[in-house]
Structure formats: structure tokens, C-alpha cells
Design a protein around this ligand. Structure first.
Ligand code: UD1
Ligand code: CA
Length: 451
């Protein structure tokens, strides 16, 4: 049985924020979200989040993915763990982590479970050139971890120790709950320190070990916005490096922001200021030019996307999009399309090998294949109360500056003349023309100019 206790009851004053510290985002996901997603990927059986300050924000975000233990007031990390009583008697091993420490990788979590197997407690440590105010790991001559001393309780000699406590532990569950109540608050801060467990376990002759983390950045705790920016930069670099190893080109990795749950295919090229977010899946050999936002969308292969925003949409293959296109709300662009500048698609489909090259709004429409939508076509889909559907069948040609007042159907191979405001269906093969007839007045132009 694998369990986890995530401590997130603290206040986070240094964030200077009305938002709970652990709800601040690192690459589009709240810090606590990173911790919980990784525990979920590891198939941890029970996750208890210890909440206190602004607990409503955490519960609204995490919902039923975890169970909650309320810690009120906050009397220290040991006291926080004591609140997770529902894990008493579940057996197995329990990981203890912080909600404000979002970079701990799955490999590190799984290593802790692995090395603690058959042991009583493993503490994840880090060796720092500047150990700051962290708790110090005290080892004996043989290298065994004897105890952890909080910085405020350290003597001169202990302050010089460079191996610090990251605050992350893997503990045998039965022993944890057997000895939690042995922790007292007899220290400088009058808090219940979870770190006291090390000494208590040692007194009982249990097997304890310290596992130094490979990359100390992983255990970075976030206390202010400066830490938050550092954490974002670290995660960004890790994600981008991984994609480069997998065959994705980044013109400038530092200015390209790929979230963790995104997938990108080989030979795709990402230009600066590209953001790919919320589980988007990008295929092979795409060129994604600067200032493009792709959110919760699926992009096929061999597309070029320039300075555009694509949300909740699906693009097939060999499509050219932008510059400055906005595709949203369930839009589907089938292969070999051209969606040009200042074009917006909302909740619409456009079939194979069609064109919509300039200045167009298409909403709630089903557009067939080999359709040409001229410059400035507008689907008039909303009467102020309800939305209506536009259907344009295969091979139709819609001239420039046409309004299609929905509900309306334009038939196969039909033509709608430029400037038409169409409010009647057009049958297959018909030409619709609906505009005021032009009149030319001889010499009126000269008169006007000479006035
Ligand atoms: C703790 C460790 C210290 C370690 C450091 C690493 C103890 C006594 N000390 O110190 O050895 O080097 O972490 O960052 O454990 N929290 C609660 N309830 C509480 C107190 C804290 O939920 O009553 C949560 C906080 O929200 C935070 C985390 O626990 O996420 C750590 O608390 P913090 O007060 O920052 O611990 P440190 O004093 O830094
Ligand atoms: Ca801290």
C-alpha cells in the first residue's frame, strides 16, 4: 500500500497574495497540482492533503482527487502529519511531501518508495554550498543519520553542515502512526517537528537512511515570487530539453513555454514566444511561428501556424494558419486548408482542401470540402438570443463580403456573389446575388472633386 501526505496548511506570507501559496502556477498548473499529478501517475493508493489557511481554494481545485485533513491551528510539520489519522492502519509506506515544493520528479518519489522498502524511514536530503536556514542532517562517524536539527536549534558546529533536510520522507506507515504522538513541542519554536521522528526511530533501533537528491533544484521550496519564477524556468528547461532529445527544434528554448502534459512530434520547429498548453498534442513536422498559443488542441502533421491562437480545436494535416487567426470552441480544420489572416472560427468544421484566406468570421458552421470563402465572409449566427447553424456544401464559392444569415444552407457547387447578404437557402449549383444594383453617373466624379 502506497500513501502520501501532502502538507499545505501554511500561510505563505511572502507571496504577498490573496491566492493560497500552493495555488500559484508553475507553467500553467498550480504547485499542488504538480505534486498531486505525479503521485497519481505513480499510482499512489491514498493521498491526504493537510489544509489550513485558505483551504477552500485547494479543495475547489483538487475536488475528489484526494482526501483532506484540516489542521487548525498550525502547530508545526509534525502536528500537520498527525492530522492525517485516516491513514492510520493502512500499512505499507507513506510519503510525506510539501505542497509548495512542486518540482519533485516522479523518479525521485518512486526511488524513495523503492529504497525505503523493508526500512523504517528514508529522508531525502540535499547537499548545498549555502545551506541557509534548512534543517541539518546530523550523521555519525559511520555515516548513519542520527537526527535532524532545525537551523534555529543548531549549535555553531551543526550550522556548518552542508547536508540539509528537504522535508520529504518515506516512512513505514505502521511505525509512523505508532510514534507520531511521541513528538513533543519542546524546542525553540514550540512546534511539533516531524524531523524529531528520526531521533525517536533511532532510539527504537529502527533502520533509517538519508538519500541525497541528484538535482537539488527538484527540492526547491517556493516561498515568494522570485522562487516561483526560478521554478518555472527550471521546469521549462527540463521539459524543453526532453523534447529536443525527442527531435523537436526550439529556435530559442528560453522563450518557448510547453506545459508538462503536452506531446510534440519529431521535426516540429517551435519559434520564440510559442505557448503550448493544457494537454495539447502536436504532430510531426509542423512549423509553429512566433506568438502562437495552442491550448487543449490537437494538431496533425506538416502544418504551418503563424501568430495564432488555437483553443479546444483540431487541425488535421498540411494546413496553413495565420498570421493572426483565432480558432476556438470545437473547431475542426480538415487537411490541406488555408486559414489566413484575421480569420476567426468558432465551433465550426471546414472540410478538405478549402480556403478561407482573409478577414472572416465563421461561427456554428459546417463548411464542406473545396469551398472558397472570400475575403470578409461573415456567418451571421446570432440574433441576440439564439445561435443558428450555417451549412456550406462541397465546392461552393462564397464571394467577398458576403453575410450568410443563419440558419442557412448553401448547396453543392453553388455560388454566392460578392456583397450578397443571403437569408435564403441556395440550392445546388445556383448563383445567389442579393445586393443593390449599381448605377453610374457620368462626370459626377469630376464635379465632386472640383467643388
Ligand atoms: C521544514 C523542516 C526543515 C527542512 C525544511 C525544508 C521541520 C520542523 N523542519 O522547515 O528541516 O529543512 O522544511 O523546506 O519539519 N506546514 C503545515 N502545517 C504546519 C507547518 C508547516 O502544513 O503546521 C507546511 C507548510 O505549509 C509548508 C511545509 O509544511 O508547505 C513546510 O513548512 P515550513 O514552516 O516552511 O517548514 P520549515 O520551517 O521551512
Ligand atoms: Ca519552508
Amino acid at each position: 500500500m502506497k500513501s502520501a501526505i501532502v502538507l499545505a496548511a501554511g500561510k505563505g506570507t511572502r507571496m504577498k497574495s490573496s491566492i493560497n501559496k500552493v495555488m500559484h502556477e508553475v507553467l500553467g498548473k498550480p504547485m499542488i497540482g504538480h505534486v498531486i499529478s505525479r503521485l497519481e501517475k505513480l499510482n499512489v493508493d491514498n493521498i491526504v492533503v493537510v489544509v489550513g489557511h485558505q483551504s477552500d481554494q485547494i479543495e475547489t481545485y483538487l475536488q475528489q482527487r484526494v482526501t483532506y485533513a484540516m489542521q487548525q491551528p498550525q502547530l508545526g510539520t509534525g502536528h500537520a502529519v498527525m492530522q492525517a489519522q485516516e491513514l492510520k492502519n493502512v500499512g505499507g509506506q507513506t510519503l510525506i511531501l510539501y505542497g509548495d515544493c512542486p518540482l519533485v520528479q516522479i523518479e525521485t518519489m518512486s526511488k524513495l518508495f523503492e529504497v525505503n522498502n523493508g526500512k523504517a524511514l528514508t529522508v531525502l536530503t540535499a547537499i548545498l554550498e549555502d545551506p541557509g536556514q534548512y534543517g541539518r542532517i546530523v550523521r555519525d562517524e559511520l555515516g548513519n543519520v542520527v537526527k535532524i536539527v532545525e537551523f534555529k536549534d543548531c549549535d555553531e558546529h551543526q550550522r556548518k553542515i552542508k547536508e540539509i533536510n528537504t522535508g520529504i520522507y518515506c516512512v513505514d506507515n505502521d511505525l509512523l502512526f505508532k510514534h507520531l504522538d511521541d513528538i513533543s513541542n519542546d524546542n525553540v519554536q514550540n512546534e511539533y517537528y516531524i524531523t524529531d521522528l528520526i531521533e525517536i526511530f533511532n532510539h527504537n533501533g529502527y533502520d533509517i537512511q538519508g538519500l541525497p537528491v541528484l538535482d537539488v533544484n527538484e527540492v526547491m521550496g517556493i516561498n515568494d515570487r522570485i522562487d516561483l519564477a526560478k521554478a518555472t524556468a527550471w521546469l521549462q528547461n527540463r521539459i524543453n530539453t526532453e523534447w529536443m532529445r525527442n527531435g523537436v527544434t526550439f529556435i530559442d528554448p528560453k522563450s518557448t513555454y510547453i506545459e508538462e502534459d503536452v506531446v510534440i512530434g519529431e521535426d516540429t520547429i517551435l519559434y520564440p514566444n510559442v505557448y503550448i498548453q493544457k494537454g495539447s498534442v502536436i504532430g510531426k513536422s509542423n512549423t509553429i511561428l512566433p506568438h502562437t498559443f495552442i491550448v487543449s488542441s490537437i494538431i496533425g502533421d506538416f502544418n504551418t501556424i503563424d501568430s495564432s491562437r488555437i483553443t479546444d480545436s483540431r487541425i488535421h494535416d498540411n494546413v496553413k494558419i495565420g498570421p493572426f487567426a483565432h480558432l476556438r470552441n470545437g473547431t475542426v480544420v480538415e487537411s490541406k486548408n488555408r486559414i489566413g489572416n484575421f480569420v476567426e472560427f468558432k465551433n465550426s468544421r471546414i472540410g478538405f482542401d478549402s480556403r478561407c484566406a482573409h478577414l472572416t468570421y465563421i461561427g456554428d458552421a459546417d463548411i464542406g470540402s473545396k469551398v472558397n470563402l472570400g475575403c470578409g465572409v461573415v456567418t451571421v449566427n446570432y440574433d441576440g438570443k439564439n445561435k443558428f447553424k450555417t451549412i456550406v456544401k462541397d465546392g461552393a464559392f462564397i464571394g467577398s463580403n458576403v453575410n450568410l444569415i443563419a440558419p442557412i444552407t448553401i448547396g453543392k457547387d453553388a455560388v454566392v456573389a460578392a456583397g450578397t447578404t443571403a437569408n435564403m437557402d441556395v440550392e445546388d449549383g445556383e448563383l445567389a446575388i442579393g445586393r443593390a444594383r449599381q448605377e453610374n453617373k457620368v462626370n459626377y466624379g469630376f464635379k465632386y472633386k472640383n467643388k
